[in-house]
Design a protein around this ligand. Structure first.
Ligand SMILES: [Fe+2]
Length: 241
């Protein structure tokens, strides 16, 4: 059994657009365990105006979930972080130490608006790195500016950003443009890690299909790097881009 590490998943109930109930969370976690994930980090959204969570509310929801999961069999190891929407409010929380970087505090998951890259993103990522936080960009394949110019992601990688593939994109979960972009970025070797970004138990099927397609495309060794060694290096602060 492989020991995949999932850096991005919405298994905490009733806090955003992730699972709605504890039972759904259980099914999602057990499903991911079944297809090879040994560890699944919860990343509830922190997105002002849409998902008005802050660090305290996310930690409280996670604790409630952990209590509810006590004694449940066949679960992967679990931990907590957040998916940080990269606006001014969340950026200042990140800089002020009021956000939820990955366990160990060496990297942080960020997402952008679907159609606009944020202003001064290079400067802001540089500021994060100076604080010892490596930016991990969620699903770059889903942003329409990247569809038009996938090569723009080379600059992000050169500046030290980890590109995190949502592997379900390779199963067509988000449509053709996203799938094509994911294939281009994967073929260019720009991803450093891959995740599920699963929101429901039914998403596990797309994740499994995406992993199979990833293996076909880049080979088993590289696919396992993206699902095991890359995520491990992110958590340990040992990323080598
Ligand atoms: Fe997500």
């Amino acid at each position: 059994m492989p020991e995949f590490i999932d850096l991005h998943c919405h298994w905490v109930a009733d806090i955003d657009d992730g699972v709605r109930t504890v039972q759904e969370g259980v099914e999602l976690l057990q499903g991911l365990r079944k297809i090879g994930f040994a560890k699944v980090i919860a990343t509830p959204h922190m997105r002002p105006g849409l998902f008005d969570n802050d660090r305290a509310s996310i930690q409280a929801a996670y604790q409630r979930m952990r209590v509810a999961l006590e004694g449940v069999p066949d679960l992967p190891a679990m931990d907590l972080s957040s998916e940080h929407y990269f606006d001014d409010v969340v950026f200042s929380r990140l800089m002020g130490g009021e956000a939820l970087p990955y366990p160990g505090g060496r990297a942080v998951l960020v997402e952008f608006h679907g159609h606009n890259m944020p202003a001064r993103v290079a400067d802001r990522f540089f500021d994060l790195r100076r604080k010892g936080l490596r930016p991990v960009l969620a699903h770059p394949e889903r942003y329409s500016p990247v569809w038009k110019r996938p090569e723009m992601m080379e600059e992000y990688v050169d500046r030290g950003t980890v590109l995190l593939l949502d592997v379900a994109a390779l199963a067509g979960k988000y449509g053709r443009a996203t799938r094509k972009c994911a294939e281009q970025l994967a073929e260019a070797g720009l991803y450093y890690a891959a995740c599920s970004d699963a929101h429901r138990p039914k998403d596990v099927g797309d994740v499994a299909e995406g992993i199979a397609n990833l293996k076909r495309m880049v080979g088993t060794e590289e696919a396992e790097f993206l699902l095991i060694d890359g995520p491990k290096a992110v958590l340990e602060g040992k990323v080598d881009l």
